[in-house]
Ligand binder design. Sequence first.
Ligand SMILES: Cc1cc2nc3c(=O)[nH]c(=O)nc-3n(C[C@H](O)[C@H](O)[C@H](O)COP(=O)(O)OP(=O)(O)OC[C@H]3O[C@@H](n4cnc5c(N)ncnc54)[C@H](O)[C@@H]3O)c2cc1C
Length: 504
Amino acid sequence: MTPNARESTSEPLLDEAKHAVVIVGGGPTGMMLAAELALAGVEAVVLERRPSAEIESARARAGGLHARTIEVLDQRGVAERFLEEGEAMQVAAFAGVTLDLGDFPTRHPYGLALWQKHTERILGAWGSEIGVVAQYGREVSGLMQNDNGVDVRLADGDTLRAGYVVGCDGGRSLVRKLAGIDFPGWGPSVSSIIAEVEMQGEPEFGFRNDALGVNAMRPLEGGRVGLVVRDENLDRESDLTLDDLRAAIVAVWGSDFGLVSADMISRFTDATRQAANYRAGRVLLAGDAAHIHYPAGGQGLNLGVQDAVNLGWKLAQVITGAAPADLLDTYHAERHPVAARVLRYTMALTALQRGDDRTSALIEILGDLLDVAEARDRIAGLASGLDIHYDLGEGHPLLGRRIPDLALVTADGPLRVFALLHDARPVLLNLGEPGSLDITPWADRVQLTDAEYAGTWELPALGAVVAPAAALIRPDGYVAWVGGGTDTGLRDALTAWFGPPTAA
Ligand SMILES: Cc1cc2nc3c(=O)[nH]c(=O)nc-3n(C[C@H](O)[C@H](O)[C@H](O)COP(=O)(O)OP(=O)(O)OC[C@H]3O[C@@H](n4cnc5c(N)ncnc54)[C@H](O)[C@@H]3O)c2cc1C
């Protein structure tokens, strides 16, 4: 879907009394969105109810990043910070088969094992450098929307005005509820307890799968034990005690291994739901606030970070008056189908975790199918996020897909495509005759780079594609227009995505 090219609202939406954007929730999604807005020069504040940026162990949920998220961070020039602290490895798997991305055409043909608390810490540190403002101990308790903005009420009695509010407030999102956005989907069929505990006995480290699911124990720092154990109680909201945990451990392992105490106990289920709309007027949703699912496959944080990168530049353009507000509708149009597909994938993964004989038979047959390279690439493309294709209409296969990080040659020397995206500004990459494309009326918003590229063009899970003569690259790294040697369609694409031309 391409946004309608309409007259831009020339009036910026911000007046002095209010924030351009209030982001509710300073988890990975909220902090990534704040970073994107900061890069775009748009004022925003993150309101986080936790008392400080400190992340307790309870938040050490996600075990890592998939390849497309690493690429997205590379587009901003910060991937190395994450790569230095984590361990690159093949993390994508389906039906017991590891999906090796090794031959995918990307600089990052792997996932990154890195606990969520580190991901959040690194994101937060980068945000501080580029001007992200986050306020802690600030719990949002109410919202009131009108034509000009949103009034935000806080639990401490304070009120703020915002041009837009983005709910990045997690799976139980209050913003979603207050905006009246439905959250249809599937209730839980399995439940697990995740805990960090002290045990006096000898724990049995490793996995123990049974007909009801996956159970595991691993050693943690300081002699503590991290564990995931299935739970009979499907009610995620109900209280959880040390005795509940003890009973669950004994039911699986036959012993509580001298369980003494727990620093953290939390329950998660395979409830799978997605917001019916990611936007209600001036309120938008991103991350877990917009979609929840079972953690198998490690997708949630990745989806949230990529939601933020899709939304940030669009919101920035609407706020500065460069583009009309209906540009924001492309956020739902693009990101809802991506998450819907991932949700189905996690539901399939959950079903495959049943340890019964029939499921084992299914896993065996799927394993055979995954020997076929095309089948394996298809699932690997989905799991890694490298095959994302936004529906921007018919045309060259690159349209709506990620631009590869090619090694270009320019008049000033070698240049990587992703280096052009560090500032989160759109780029027109001209690979044809230098100077053959003129975008002077958009020069204040779009960078034009003349370059040469001699190699082949290859896309993950798709293979070789015809080399384009030019590509209009959005700040999120997706291609909005592909040139075949002329500028046909270029003005329309520039106007649709980045607003009307500036008068000479
Ligand atoms: C066991 C487990 C394992 C997982 N493994 C993976 C994995 O390997 N890979 C992966 O990608 N994902 C994984 N996930 C999912 C991942 O943790 C989430 O998808 C991710 O944290 C979502 O980020 P978020 O910023 O959208 O929401 P959250 O991380 O939930 O952050 C929301 C923030 O909003 C704040 N907040 C809430 N309400 C308010 C309010 N009213 N006012 C102010 N602040 C508020 C909260 O304090 C919180 O800081 C896992 C999850 C679990 C449970």
